[in-house]
Design a protein around this ligand. Structure first.
Ligand SMILES: Cc1cc2nc3c(=O)[nH]c(=O)nc-3n(C[C@H](O)[C@H](O)[C@H](O)COP(=O)(O)OP(=O)(O)OC[C@H]3O[C@@H](n4cnc5c(N)ncnc54)[C@H](O)[C@@H]3O)c2cc1C
Length: 486
């Protein structure tokens, strides 16, 4: 096949890497000196298992808008939007453009890795050079194995080994200028209709979030200067709300984990905040661990990591699941969490654990039901991290919390929301309940409830599951699973 001329364009396929800085594929595409065409492919048609949910679509709309502005500011064109299966779209677009090379960063999602391989093959057959890059996580999963050559299954051992190996290269700079590529047909963001209209359930999102690369860096700056020092003690307190809130920016690749790593390390050196920065980086490590597990083991979204859980007698409890989704279970900490999710598209990590545990253990639903709801409602929905986290809570995951350690949502509330501020913020009908009963209003006297303007069963639900009975039922189900799996 003839060598393409130097004027033949480079195609850059944006995916979960909607940024210009520390973007290895973009960096290489710019280095090629070729005119640049960028594309984003929305993959609804092929029924692909990892299509973003409705809240993530909201993020995607705004993130692509921000990315377009950043590209145009550097002399480039906005991203071409195409819809369909990338397996057809990417080779087809390369052909239309007579592109010489196609650049992309791997998503780290196992089934997409396989698909990327097929796309690369098709491109080669067309005489186009495929250029895939890594960087979605700090560790490249195949590079880290234990002494016997097997993948780690326990986070602490994984992270200890990772820390010995980790020496992430400096983050790559954003290109100053881009070489304008040819105009190319595509959809508009409005055509895609990613924003909700009737009703606009995302009103609260815009008040809390600014998608895009610049906002991601600003968010990290603010966290490092204000909240990093207290992170180890405050990170579990949803009422304080002092975590970094970088998750949607990381999930959409608006900032790279490597950039975060270097910024946090620098802050530690300058401010002496070594303990806090180690703790924070270990959380970034949990994100890496999810990608690592997904790479080495079976599909985390569908298959129990611990196959004993294939025998678990999950309950088909449609009403309980619906009440959980709507934040009207009658358990304040769970309802606050689920309403925070609905209003903001995000939930604090501690309350993610409480709400997930309640659904799985007290209501008895299969963890995959909750995972799917989170995938649809979280702006930071990340198929790998979400699945690994749900399995962790269920007890079926790698290095998981044992199933029989069942969170009591009322005592979790007393511990992590001691003044009831979080509950009062999201469950307004309970705002006048005295603090000593805010996490278990069913224990308040009739007089206290009347004074607080609460009628259980009317203005606020009675618990749909008695916490003690729910716990006992969960333990019995666990026993049943163990016997069936034996
Ligand atoms: C049931 C359940 C589902 C979850 N689903 C998701 C999801 O879809 N997407 C997602 O990004 N996180 C998910 N998490 C992990 C965690 O709750 C969020 O990453 C965190 O709350 C985001 O807030 P933050 O950015 O302020 O976190 P910070 O505490 O500031 O942490 C910094 C970053 O570290 C990573 N991180 C923190 N905690 C975890 C964790 N436990 N596991 C993996 N990575 C972590 C995230 O990238 C986060 O942005 C889930 C946790 C649970 C229990």
């Amino acid at each position: 096949m003839a060598t393409p001329p130097a004027t033949a364009p480079a195609l850059l396929w944006f995916r979960r890497d909607l940024r210009l800085s520390d973007n290895p594929a973009l960096h290489a595409a710019v280095q090629s000196g070729r005119p640049l065409v960028c594309v984003y492919v929305r993959d609804e048609e092929s029924g692909h298992r990892y299509s973003p949910g409705a809240a993530a679509d909201w993020w995607l709309h705004h993130s692509l808008t921000a990315l377009n502005a950043d590209l145009e500011a550097r002399g480039g064109r906005p991203v071409t939007l195409r819809e369909g299966n990338p397996e057809h779209i990417i080779p087809q677009l390369a052909e239309e453009l007579e592109a010489a090379e196609v650049f992309w960063n791997q998503t780290g999602w196992p089934c997409q890795n396989e698909r990327d391989g097929r796309i690369a093959q098709s491109l080669k057959e067309q005489g186009v050079t495929p250029r895939g890059f890594k960087g979605v996580s700090l560790i490249n999963p195949p590079d880290l194995l234990n002494g016997s050559g097997s993948p780690y299954k326990v986070f602490s051992a994984f992270w200890r080994a990772a820390l010995k190996e980790l020496d992430p290269r400096e983050a790559l700079p954003a290109p100053d200028t881009l070489t304008l590529g040819p105009v190319c047909d595509g959809a508009s963001l409005a055509d895609w209709g990613l924003l909700p209209t009737r009703p606009n359930w995302a009103k609260g999102f815009s008040e809390r979030w600014t998608p895009g690369e610049a906002a991601a860096h600003k968010q990290l700056d603010a966290f490092l200067s204000e909240d990093l020092p207290d992170y180890p003690t405050h990170r579990d307190r949803p009422d304080l709300d002092e975590t970094s809130r970088l998750s949607p920016h990381l999930a959409w690749g608006e900032i790279s984990p490597r950039t975060v790593w270097h910024r946090v390390k620098l802050q530690a050196e300058q401010g002496g905040q070594f303990k806090a920065s180690d703790k924070y980086l270990a959380e970034i490590g949990w994100r890496d661990f999810a990608y690592y597990l997904a790479w080495h083991f079976e599909d985390l979204r569908t298959i129990n990591f611990n196959r004993d859980f294939d025998h678990f007698p999950w309950r088909d409890h449609a009403e309980g699941l619906q009440a959980w989704k709507e934040g009207r279970t009658g358990v304040p900490m769970v309802d606050a969490a689920m309403r925070q999710l609905w209003v903001t598209g995000w939930m604090h990590n501690r309350t993610r654990m409480i709400a997930a545990s309640y659904l799985i253990k007290h209501i008895g639903c299969d963890w995959r039901e909750g995972m799917r709801w989170f995938e649809d409602t979280l702006v930071d929905a990340d198929p790998m991290v979400n699945a690994a986290s749900w399995q962790w809570v269920a007890g079926s995951g790698a290095d998981a919390a044992p199933y029989f350690r069942i969170f009591n949502p009322a005592s979790q509330g007393e511990k992590f929301d001691p003044d009831g501020k979080y509950v009062r913020q999201w469950v307004e009908e309970l705002r006048d309940v005295p603090t000593r009963h805010i996490h278990a209003p069913w224990e308040a006297s009739e007089g206290e409830l009347i004074r607080a303007g609460v009628t259980l069963g009317k203005s606020y639900p009675k618990p749909i599951v008695d916490l003690k009975a729910g716990r006992e039922r969960a333990l019995e189900a666990y026993q049943e699973m163990k016997e069936a799996a034996a």
